[in-house]
Design a protein around this ligand. Structure first.
Ligand code: MG
Ligand code: MG
Length: 263
């Protein structure tokens, strides 16, 4: 069953989702070669709790940490630990919070130092595919229209769309109906109606689409061990329009200021 949200509930999901964006910005300040993924996790947990919220992933299905940190060939659900980031790594950071009983959920992929041109393009195009998916998510359209746009765009560069993991509804639960695949057919799937809140989160592989799960029961990596990027926004379908509830603005302010410091 799909839970359609009231305007008030959508505002609460916006507040939670904006806190996720601010948390990812705080994490961005600490991303550099040498930092361990568990140090980044600690930064996020402290920031979330200092803002009166609770990490949304910690304990979810037994997940042990605040962030999913997925490096290079890891697609999603990487567990923070002793791994130190290196110059040239692509690191995808997924974060959830609970505040006022509602989840926020958003993800961003970062370059550690200088990444290759190939990886930079994968990141840029994966983010672009997210915005194309959002543009397709107009009231009256269907989830298949979102997936179609994302898939068509990224496959035009020879990338592939992960099939085993999909976007989802968001609200009092982290994963609600409907599923929001990043592939699909125009006009197929669930109709997007006012009150629907969903996360769109393309997971795009440089190589083949197949993924495998590591023995830790969480980490999902590409079968061919080539890199994968991941970006996620929470959006709300309203009367006659669609709104992005999460934001990358704070993250990109940090990235911009880091660029200026380097130059
Ligand atoms: Mg997420
Ligand atoms: Mg999600």
């Amino acid at each position: 069953m799909i839970y359609y949200k009231t305007d008030e509930e959508i505002e609460l999901i916006r507040i939670s989702s904006l806190l996720v964006g601010k948390t990812l910005a705080e994490v961005a300040r600490h991303i550099r070669p040498g930092v361990t993924t568990e140090e980044l996790d600690k930064v996020a947990e402290t920031f979330i709790r200092d803002h009166g919220a609770v990490p949304g992933f910690k304990g979810y299905g037994g997940f042990p940490a605040t962030l999913c940190i997925s490096v290079n060939e890891v697609v999603v659900h990487g567990i923070p630990g002793k791994q130190a980031l290196k110059d040239g790594d692509l690191v995808s950071v997924d974060c959830g919070v609970i505040l006022n009983g509602f989840y926020g959920d958003s993800a961003y992929s970062f370059a550690v130092g200088e990444v290759t041109e190939e990886v930079r393009l994968l990141m840029d195009r994966t983010k672009e595919s997210l915005y194309l998916g959002i543009k397709a998510a107009q009231p009256g359209k269907r989830t298949g229209d979102i997936g179609y746009e994302i898939q068509t765009y990224v496959e035009s560069f020879g990338y592939s769309v992960v099939r085993d993991l999909v976007g989802h509804g968001l609200g009092r639960h982290l994963h609600e109906k409907p599923e929001v695949p990043n592939f699909g057919k125009r006009g197929a799937g669930t109709m997007l109606q006012p009150g629907l809140v969903i996360c769109i989160e393309p997971m795009i592989n440089l190589g083949r689409r197949q993924v495998v799960q590591e023995r830790d029961g969480w980490t999902i990596r590409t079968a061919d061990r080539r890199p994968s990027a991941h970006y996620e926004h929470a959006i709300a379908i309203r009367e006659g329009k669609t709104e992005i509830l999460s934001s990358f603005d704070e993250i990109e302010k940090v990235l911009e200021s880091q660029k200026q410091t380097l130059n």
